[in-house]
Design a protein around this ligand. Structure first.
Ligand SMILES: [Zn+2]
Length: 416
């Protein structure tokens, strides 16, 4: 045990891997354009496979193109402990979102190999196909198939903008393996990721011990008034859908502010007939409500619906609220969370508990295996942007926590 605990990540090798793979899809402004299963994604996939083979791993692809690099364990019959994330990016993405999680996993394999550590469980690093949803919607498509959230038929039929389906892209790129996606049980799953938000940086904490992923609900609100002349209709005789919508949008902010940890966003507003001198008769806007607690999120929805109804009446318009999408809060596994926390303590990193504001492959993996995540800070909290940046010391710290969390899990999960 003593020897095993003394091993650590080779931070400079991890950083050089990050910079080397950032050549595949590099943009002029220092970011990445590496859409799922495009030419540059195929190159980084080959890099991942050959690097892991050189570390003594067997690399297989499942039928959704998910890549698994396996380092054998000592105890027969145990399922693998998985480490994973994604190597695809947004069209103008950064060099760390997803990539740190996969290359951090490679760094763990390297540390185990160099330290001659034998684990009871096989350790596998997985690169999930099409996490971003930038080429094929929705996001997290292949981990979703893996977890049984989507059928493989549905996933393979998803088209990109040129009407190439994900299924065709898998075949053309030679990425579809023979193992049916999902027939690959895991003992546990760990994912290292940049926070993609500003909290760790603002509080000068190195490690986020991720408790889960907040719940999200999307709606469309249709406000129906009456088109009429801007110059001839007295203020008291209008049914102004835009005025009503403006007050409702303000109410969305109010709902978020009056519930603990609540978030509320209006991202799209569409107005008809959209003419300078016509009072709008129809306005549609979208609402995104989020909360780490499904109970509070439900209360936010009730509050939101009540405020919309009251404002519609007050403004003399009609309003219809339609749910568009609903994603329940994810609570990670207490044993896996404890492994992350104790690993960060062992390594003496500053830390705090945190809830993920964004979706991750770990959200779906949590449905089929005990799961936890590790966050590290990113510069100014910026992500899905070419300016996305992380410090080498933080990348190393995150991978070190991943390494030691996996080693702790190896002793605790399926312990006889
Ligand atoms: Zn990501």
């Amino acid at each position: 045990m003593g020897m095993e605990n003394s091993i650590s990540i080779d931070g400079s090798q991890l950083w050089s891997d990050l910079m080397e793979t950032a050549r595949f899809g590099a943009t002029a402004r220092g970011g990445l354009h590496r859409l799922a299963l495009g030419a540059d994604d195929l190159k980084v996939r080959e890099w991942f496979a050959s690097t892991c083979r050189a570390l003594g791993c067997e690399v297989i692809h499942d039928s959704m193109g998910n890549q698994f690099a396996r380092r054998p364990g000592t105890q027969p019959g145990l399922k693998p402990i998985m480490i994973g994330s994604h190597l695809d990016t947004q069209p103008t993405g950064g060099r760390f979102d997803g990539i740190l999680g996969v290359l951090g996993g490679v760094a763990v394999l390297r540390a185990l190999e160099n330290g001659k550590v034998q684990t009871r469980h096989p350790i596998e690093v997985v690169n999930w196909t099409n996490e971003e949803g930038a080429r094929f919607t929705p996001p997290m498509l292949a981990s979703g198939v893996f977890a049984g959230v989507f059928t493989e038929e549905y996933a393979r039929s998803r088209p990109d903008r040129d009407n190439i389906t994900l299924g065709d892209a898998l075949t053309q790129g030679g990425q579809a393996g023979t193992q049916p996606c999902g027939e690959h049980p895991a003992a546990a799953y760990f994912e290292l990721h940049i926070e993609q938000g500003p909290v760790l940086e603002a509080e000068e904490k190195t490690i986020g011990v991720v408790q889960g992923i907040q719940g999200m609900r999307w709606y469309e609100v249709r406000v129906m008034g009456r088109d009429s002349h801007a110059g001839t209709t007295p203020m008291t005789m209008r049914a102004d859908a835009m005025w009503a919508a403006a007050r409702m949008i303000d109410a969305v902010h109010g709902v978020a502010m009056s519930h603990k940890d609540g978030l509320g966003t209006v991202g799209i507003v569409d107005c008809q007939p959209a003419s300078s001198n016509v009072i709008p008769g129809n306005v549609m806007f979208t609402v995104d409500l989020r909360n780490p607690s499904d109970t509070v999120l439900e209360a936010m929805e009730q509050d939101f619906r009540a405020r919309i109804a009251a404002l519609a009446e007050d403004c003399g318009v009609e309003a219809v609220v339609s749910p568009v999408w609903n994603s329940a809060a994810v609570h990670f596994d207490p044993t896996c969370i404890a492994c992350v926390r104790e690993a960060a303590e062992e390594e003496r990193y500053s830390m705090r508990d945190i809830v993920s504001g964004a979706g991750h492959d770990a959200a779906y993996m949590a449905q089929v295996a005990p799961t936890a995540m590790v966050f590290v800070p990113c510069l100014n909290g910026i992500s899905h942007n070419e300016a996305e940046s992380a410090e080498p010391t933080d990348a190393t710290a995150g991978a070190n926590v991943l390494l030691h969390a996996v080693m702790l899990a190896d002793t605790r999960i399926d312990a006889a």
